[in-house]
Design a protein around this ligand. Structure first.
Ligand code: HEM
Ligand code: HEM
Length: 155
């Protein structure tokens, strides 16, 4: 993984977390006096706009990091940071699939279920990604056994 890939991965994750959390807070925890309002806060729709625009960029970056980092680390059996890496890894599919099913399903109970899956899996992904970069197992993470040369890609 190059420094640019790490920067893009972390910055899109931050934007998604902030916009997702603020959107949910406005939607579920704020109220409005206006009986005709469709949102509880004027910024609520913009939070969702930014979230939904940044989401495919994040997905693209995850795809690049998949090839340059996740797959080589996973296949080589690298031990340092494996647990936290796997936590982030396993959360990706439910996080992404629930997001898109939330938009295309029409049955309200299924949409509600997708929302819950999205909240939980995205929280797990972010926590895993954070722990993955903060927790350095055995003190020096990469330098210990199992460190593998990465295909750093072009950017
Ligand atoms: C690549 C990853 C992600 C994708 C593709 C994605 C995509 C989406 C989409 C399409 C929606 C549906 C918007 C709608 O209601 O029309 C959504 C909603 C939401 N997302 Fe994400 N998102 C991602 C990551 C995250 C992260 C990291 C967080 C927070 C940690 C998050 C939190 C939320 C929340 C709270 C909602 C609102 C759900 C509701 O209406 O209750 N998402 N996301
Ligand atoms: C089996 C799964 C994984 C293993 C064994 C693993 C292992 C590692 C190791 C050993 C490091 C320390 C630096 C290095 O050696 O390159 C690292 C750093 C990192 N990993 Fe993972 N990883 C896994 C999955 C993931 C996933 C799924 C993501 C995110 C989508 C991710 C994102 C990162 C980031 C952002 C860093 C910091 C980058 C850096 O310091 O250059 N990893 N990982």
């Amino acid at each position: 993984m190059t420094a640019l890939q790490r920067l893009l991965l972390n910055s899109t994750a931050v934007v998604l977390t902030v916009t997702g959390a603020l959107f949910a807070w406005m939607k579920y925890f704020m109220t409005t006096d206006d009986p005709f309002a469709v949102a509880n806060h004027p910024w609520q729709p913009y939070m969702l706009d930014v979230h939904v625009i940044v989401a495919p960029i994040a997905l693209f970056v995850i795809g690049v990091v998949w090839a340059t980092h996740v797959k080589p680390k996973h296949e080589s059996g690298t031990k340092p940071r494996r647990k936290t890496g796997l936590v982030a890894l396993w959360a990706i599919a439910p996080m992404v699939l629930s997001a898109y099913f939330m938009q295309v399903l029409t049955n309200e109970r299924l949409v509600e279920a997708m929302r819950v899956i999205h909240w939980v899996s995205s929280a797990i992904f972010v926590a895993g990604l954070l722990a993955h970069q903060l927790v350095r197992m055995n003190g020096n993470g990469a330098a210990k056994s199992g460190a593998v040369a990465e295909d750093r890609g072009v950017w």
